[in-house]
Design a protein around this ligand. Sequence first.
Ligand SMILES: [Zn+2]
Length: 288
Amino acid sequence: MPELPEVETIRRQLDALLVGRSVVGLRSTWSKSLTGRGVEPMDMLGRPVTGVWRRGKVLGLDLDGGVSLLVHLRMTGQLLLDPVDSDEASVEETSATRVVLDLDDGSRLVFNDHRKFGRMVVLPTAEVVADPLLARMGPEPLGPAFDVEALTVALRRHPGLRIKAALLDQGVVAGVGNIYADEALWQAGLHPERRCGALQRTGVVALHAGIVTVLSEGVARGGSTMRDYVDARGDRGGYLDVAAVYGRTGQPCRRCGTAVVKTTVGGRGTHFCPSCQRAPRKRRSTPA
Ligand SMILES: [Zn+2]
């Protein structure tokens, strides 16, 4: 599932190629993949793209005249730009292709989504901030407002929640998913089952640094590819080549050599080093 680094990688590529281009045609083969909210998808036609932004795992295109397109890639969504006059193999439309946007220079933006959970939503730009998902999103972890205090405040709202589950909550920190949550906790030396309320300030400082470090590295390496993720050019991400724990069950910890363990926290597969990330001490008053 694409997380912040994957969506940011796509954003940067599209920002460089889409701004100034206009949508001149659109096709949708699955009605739920492209919908309008207050406006119709056809209202995109003829409006130049003025900006490409990201909030958490959500990608946004602003079009001239107050219309925006939100893209939620969810599980298996891919957003591919088929460039005009490319010598490289062009983007093939497949049985997973749900939406195609034709652009005025002859290029195409292709939305593939095998599992069909992804969504493209066209709406007035003025209503983007009130989008239910965006409105409750926590701070942007690579933005200036994300400091130790912001993370402290966010964690305090969930004192009984396990730290891994808190990181996956988009209301705590925007854009972190399963891969980078495990990586950030390893960086910080925190066991994924620690409760937010039990973290000391040194733990929050380490966690803040861990989140920023792994997401920055993820962006630098073009994101992570387990199965489906590719960037707008169709290339896989390289972060998992350097991941510390994610997908490395049984392999030696890069810090201490102890075998990486996989467990389940909050229903999600969770990787950690049992030596670097010590389990919380059991308290009789706390339910397991
Ligand atoms: Zn270790």
